[in-house]
Design a protein around this ligand. Structure first.
Ligand code: HXC
Length: 258
């Protein structure tokens, strides 16, 4: 399949590599990009010759979040009726393991995207954050729930309420990523491919069953929808318009709490 916003390849016979490819927008996750990502993931999931999937971005950014310029003028009625971003949860139904190889910014929806993967490897340059609060909104992609499970409530609150970015080292200490790899261009992708290859040497039925049981007991689709609805509700506020317009116009937001 030919894609416009992602690249796909087979660095190993049993490994699909998906690279987010909107470099000028720091891989902002526009709706068309996410549709392509879901399509590529489905394709890999349905291909018996693929055992594991690696998802990565560029050296500068894994992904800087949902596309703010696409969202800024949306109204509550639009996002509710069109189930805005609800298809992000589709990837939680992929059976094969997905390994995120994160360099640079993993912010907002980009951090949530990494959290929807099964293993996260970080380059020393990785920076994780949920800066939605600076835009007058909240994490809408299930990140609030997943982060709480992974790093605990207090750290999650600090990230979600202040928007502070967390370094790769701190993320590793917190258990947000499984480890930080050696520095160097392409290192994190190389390491992720090697983990994917190793998984590929195991029984694929056992691997997929393993993923299923680790994920069992997390009613995530529901949480995703519930938090997603609250996220939708913020599109009825002036502060969402102001926060996102200010970002697009490169100025400081002037929130009016309405
Ligand atoms: C649209 C984006 C973008 C985004 C960056 N760009 N992030 N466009 N949506 N999320 C664009 C910039 O507008 C700019 O375009 C170009 O990418 C390069 O970015 P700069 O800001 O010039 O780079 P830099 O100064 O290095 O700053 C990097 C940055 C900053 C700190 C990552 O770009 C930033 O703060 N981005 C927004 C991060 C964010 O708030 N993410 C959360 C989004 S909300 P031009 O055209 O000027 O070159 C979200 C909701 C999730 O994710 C809901 C999920 C269900």
């Amino acid at each position: 399949t030919q894609y416009n916003y992602i690249l796909t390849s087979r660095p190993e016979p049993a490994v699909t590599l998906i690279t987010l490819n909107r470099p000028k927008a720091l891989n902002a996750l526009s709706s068309p990009l996410f549709a392509e990502l879901n399509e590529a993931l489905r394709e890999a999931d349905n291909d018996d010759s693929v055992s594991a999937i690696v998802l990565t971005g560029s050296e500068r950014a894994f992904a800087a979040g949902a596309d703010i310029k696409e969202m800024k003028d949306k109204e509550y009625a639009d996002v509710y009726k069109n189930r805005f971003l609800e298809d992000w949860a589709d990837m939680t139904r992929i059976r094969k393991p997905i390994i995120a190889a994160v360099s640079g910014f993993a912010l907002g929806g980009g951090c949530e995207l990494a959290l929807m993967c099964d293993i996260i490897l970080a380059s020393p340059t990785a920076k994780f954050g949920q800066p939605e609060i600076n835009l007058g909104v909240i994490p809408g992609g299930g990140g609030s729930q997943r982060l709480t499970k992974v790093i605990g409530k207090s750290r999650t609150m600090e990230m979600v309420l202040t928007g502070r970015m967390v370094s790769a080292q701190e993320a590793a200490q917190w258990g947000l990523v499984s480890r930080v790899v050696a520095e160097g261009e392409g290192e994190v992708v190389k390491e992720a491919i090697s983990v994917a290859k190793e998984i590929g040497d195991r029984s694929q039925i056992a691997v997929q069953a393993g993923k299923e049981v680790v994920n069992a007991g997390k009613p995530l689709p529901f949480n995703f929808m519930a938090t997603g609805r609250i996220f939708h509700g913020l599109f009825a506020t002036k502060d969402q318009k102001e926060g996102m317009s200010a970002f697009a116009q490169k100025r400081k937001a002037n929130f009016v709490n309405a």
